[in-house]
Design a protein around this ligand. Structure first.
Ligand SMILES: [Zn+2]
Length: 265
């Protein structure tokens, strides 16, 4: 599959509208950003005897393989996704996607605003999250400095899954082997460190998921200078393995029971 329209937001929305019923998802507009509607999708009716997953992409608009990979993967796995309770944010910065910009229309890095409820779309996003609990949260990103694939992993539970997630993308995408990434130690494509609320003054999305909502939180970073098809394929492979592991590890006794805003509850 060629990914030729990855910056075309209306096309992306049409694809989500088409796939949502097949995947048992309800699409809702929850805010707007730069004159574009923002959408979430939630499993409905909410099923409690399933693992719960949070998936998001496109908070940085110049990382086009991320929203493209998420919709492509859901199109291929729509029926299988019914085995999960899913909350999906398919593109969190549509103005950025259309304009190939990391920032939003007001020059904000939205992935540094998650402790700033004065930003309207962040406030709306946090409201949807509510008290939701997820077995797994995956945030899809790209990095133009990257020399390969790398993953930030923060988990409240062992064993770590990061190695298997990296391996899933082989041989199509090698891990980034730089010694450090953004000043943090990189171990063959894995960046793990303890996250505390005072680590950064301006929180990324992953902080909120880790602190309040998710047992396992991964930020997936593909190298945006590589070929689009390779980057999309790497994200897709990781989604498949991560959700597969989530399903295999799930037991109904440990199901997260919570009101699922945007879903059927
Ligand atoms: Zn990013």
């Amino acid at each position: 599959m060629r990914h030729l329209a990855a910056h075309h937001y209306p096309n992306l929305v049409r694809r989500w509208q088409r796939v949502a019923p097949k995947a048992g998802l309800i699409l809702r507009e929850f805010a707007e950003s730069g004159n574009h509607p923002l959408y979430s999708l939630a499993s409905v009716p909410a099923r409690h005897e399933c693992p719960s997953v949070y998936l998001s992409a496109g908070i940085h608009g110049d990382e086009a393989a991320a929203p493209e990979a998420l919709i492509t993967w859901v199109e291929k796995n729509a029926r299988w996704l019914r085995k999960f309770r899913a909350l999906i944010f398919p593109c969190l910065n549509p103005w950025g996607l259309v304009n190939n910009s990391r920032l939003d229309i007001r020059g904000r890095d939205l992935n540094r605003c998650f402790n700033n409820p004065r930003v309207p779309q962040i406030r709306a996003h946090l409201k949807i999250l509510g008290r939701a609990q997820f077995d797994l949260a995956l945030m899809l990103h790209e990095d133009y400095d990257a020399k390969g694939l790398y993953i930030y992993e923060v988990a409240q539970k062992l064993p770590h899954w990061g190695e298997e997630l990296l391996a899933a993308a082989l041989p199509g995408m090698m891990p980034d082997t730089r010694k450090s990434i953004d000043g943090r130690r990189n171990r063959s494509g894995l960046v793990r460190r303890k996250i505390t609320p005072d680590l950064m003054p301006d929180w990324p999305e992953a902080f909120v998921l880790h602190f309040s909502h998710a047992t396992r939180t991964f930020t997936i970073e593909t190298p945006s200078e590589f070929a689009m098809d390779e980057r999309v394929a790497a994200h897709e492979a990781i989604l498949s393995v991560a959700l597969g592991k989530c399903l295999a590890a799930f037991s109904p006794a440990s199901a997260n029971r919570f009101p699922f805003p945007g879903g059927g509850d």
